[in-house]
Design a protein around this ligand. Structure first.
Ligand SMILES: CC(C)(COP(=O)(O)OP(=O)(O)OC[C@H]1O[C@@H](n2cnc3c(N)ncnc32)[C@H](O)[C@@H]1OP(=O)(O)O)[C@@H](O)C(=O)NCCC(=O)NCCS
Length: 179
């Protein structure tokens, strides 16, 4: 029997699991985008320091959620409510561990963030940035009804400039059906 999925608000005790998941996910999803030297460096420690700070001293508009199965974190999302006057709540991070992909966990996290945003910041939309070359993530967001609303460049930590797209949901309620 498959253990059931639980989505809950993250606590400081989740920092290490979130950092590990994000580092592993970057190493796969961003292999062609970031340099090998950067991805193969100790990004786990750098991520741990970032997430420890985020979870111990959260910004007032921050919402971090983890998806947990059998006591293990298998996905997480981080959003900032009312981040942009025009586009609304920013979904800054969404990652699902490799072995848990295509099981609806990403979609459930999106629905969870949408529900939080609707409650905390009613009347606002939701948006995110996705790297143009991240085809799997783009297909995922498009499947969830994202609208393409412009292009910009991401300046990654190891230098360079990477094209990215703004994907938006003017009404986050359309995401609730995926929860
Ligand atoms: C993008 C990501 C969060 C999706 O999470 P997930 O849990 O695998 O997605 P779901 O199972 O909820 O997918 C829902 C639907 O989206 C679509 N979809 C998801 N991944 C897809 C892929 N790789 N290719 C095509 N369609 C995809 C499918 O229609 C899927 O439904 P189906 O499996 O019944 O066909 C996950 O692949 C991930 O962590 N990627 C690496 C990190 C990343 O790129 N994050 C986004 C940064 S902007």
């Amino acid at each position: 029997m498959t253990a059931s999925l639980r989505i809950r608000v993250a606590t400081p005790a989740d920092a290490a699991a979130i950092a590990r998941l994000q580092s592993a996910s970057w190493r796969v999803a961003y292999r062609e985008v970031l340099s090998d030297a950067y991805l193969d460096s100790d990004i786990d420690t750098e991520r741990l320091s970032v997430w420890s700070e985020c979870l111990n001293a959260p910004a007032p508009n921050q919402h971090v959620a983890v998806a947990e199965r059998a006591g293990r974190v298998v996905g997480f999302a981080c959003a900032y409510g009312a981040y942009d006057g025009r586009w609304g709540t920013l979904l800054e991070n969404l990652h699902v561990s490799d072995e848990a992909k295509r099981q609806g966990i990403g979609a459930s996290l999106m629905a969870h963030v949408a529900a939080w945003s609707l409650q905390a910041h009613p009347g606002l939309g939701m948006y995110l940035w996705v790297i143009v070359s991240n085809a799997p993530a783009r297909r995922f967001y498009e499947r969830l009804g994202a609208l393409d609303a412009g292009e910009d460049f991401w300046l990654p930590p190891d230098g360079g400039s990477v094209p990215k797209l703004r994907y938006v949901w003017p009404d986050p309620a359309t995401l609730l059906q995926f929860g």
